[in-house]
Design a protein around this ligand. Structure first.
Ligand SMILES: C[S@@+](CC[C@H](N)C(=O)[O-])C[C@H]1O[C@@H](n2cnc3c(N)ncnc32)[C@H](O)[C@@H]1O
Length: 343
């Protein structure tokens, strides 16, 4: 017989959370597939009414609707369920910020199924000719920027405030590098009617940027510079602010440093660089979102990775931006503002 023992000398929660983590996404995916949010967009209803409308079981509908309520996507009062604003904006098909198709498994997540192979081989991303890189980007990024336009919108408002848009820094000339939807510069344009934005991205993505600008009534503050950020000519000595929102992680150290050197020339006296990035600590032991994002970069890119605030500060100092300030904008990606010390 074994000796008497029953203790567990550690907290199993970190692993249990990993094992359980699939639940929420599968519940939301099922609700999207069954048309639950579309049904509630017509009117609130009881489980009985929704089950009848969707032609599915009452027991399953109750479990699903209660789960969605616990996940804070539906409200429930006296047995009647209704969409909360988050579900109305993000999960009803046809909404401008619809993300339901992404919950359903998207191009953004395909690489995770090949993680074992990637770790064995040292990566999955294959080198691409410049034209091919642009083609891949123009296919992949329109979907990602739809997600980022929602995820980054509130942090962008906080960042624009921290950058003094419309207050201490009126009428800034802003270069939004690899702008995607333009979410970070749109917040600056919204805060300051006199701000002027030059948006840089691949031409096929800039078509989307233009539409976001129009949607928010801010398009008249924009001009566009299409091309590869590593090759396009930036006008020299022209800008007050260069925004690098979630781009350096994909470029990796060598290309990021090269880009920063070119941006330093594009900025005029007093100009600043704003970096929005996942920032792991230097040992890369946390925060978890930042470190795990490094795994995503390993899977999706040839050279990308995550870098600490100290590493970015070193790269920035090398191109003359020796003053750096880290601002908490209530997000997994803080705002790093860099300027030249003498200014
Ligand atoms: C992760 S998204 C970030 C978008 C936006 N800055 C944000 O934070 O929401 C990366 C963007 O960089 C663009 N991009 C990536 N590599 C690029 C390159 N070499 N030249 C131009 N744009 C590029 C993509 O098209 C995409 O819009």
């Amino acid at each position: 017989m074994n000796s008497r023992s029953f203790s567990l000398d550690f907290d199993p929660a970190p692993l249990l959370a990993c094992i359980d983590s699939v639940q929420a996404s599968r519940i939301v995916r099922a609700a999207v597939d069954l048309g639950v949010f579309f049904e509630f967009a017509k009117k609130p209803g009881t489980a009985e009414e929704v089950a009848a409308a969707l032609g599915v079981s009452l027991r399953g509908t109750r479990a699903l609707l209660d789960s969605l309520t616990a996940l804070q996507l539906l409200g429930k009062e006296k047995g009647v369920y209704s969409l909360l604003p988050i579900a109305e904006a993000l999960l009803v098909p046809g909404s401008p910020d619809y993300l339901g198709d992404l919950v359903h498994g998207s191009v953004l997540d395909q690489e995770w199924d090949h993680i074992v192979e990637a770790v064995r081989k040292g990566g999955l991303a294959t080198a691409a000719e410049p034209g091919e890189r642009q083609k891949r980007a123009e296919e992949f990024f329109p979907q990602l920027i739809r997600f980022l336009h929602v995820a980054n919108r509130r942090p962008a408002i906080a960042a624009a405030k921290a950058l003094g848009a419309g207050t201490t820094h009126r009428g800034m000339r802003v270069l939004d590098i690899a702008c995607g939807s333009g979410v970070w510069s749109l917040a600056v344009a919204y805060a300051d009617r006199d701000a002027r934005i030059t948006a840089v991205d691949f031409p096929g993505v800039l078509e989307h940027t233009r539409r976001y600008g129009e949607r928010h009534g801010l398009a008249d503050q924009y001009e566009y510079l299409p091309g590869d950020i590593q090759e396009v000519d930036f006008p020299e000595n022209r800008f007050d602010l260069a925004i690098l929102g979630h781009i350096l992680h994909g470029e990796g150290e060598g290309k990021s440093r090269k880009l920063l050197r070119r941006l330093a020339k594009a900025l005029r006296r007093g100009g600043r660089i704003a970096i929005l990035e996942f920032l792991p600590n230097r040992e890369r032991t946390g925060p978890p979102e930042a470190v795990l994002f490094g795994m995503r970069m390993f899977l999706n890119t040839e050279e990308g990775g995550v870098y600490s605030a100290e590493e970015y500060a070193e790269w920035l100092a090398y191109v003359g931006f020796t003053k750096t300030e880290l601002v908490d904008i209530g997000y997994h990606s803080p705002l790093l503002i860099a300027s030249r010390a003498e200014e």
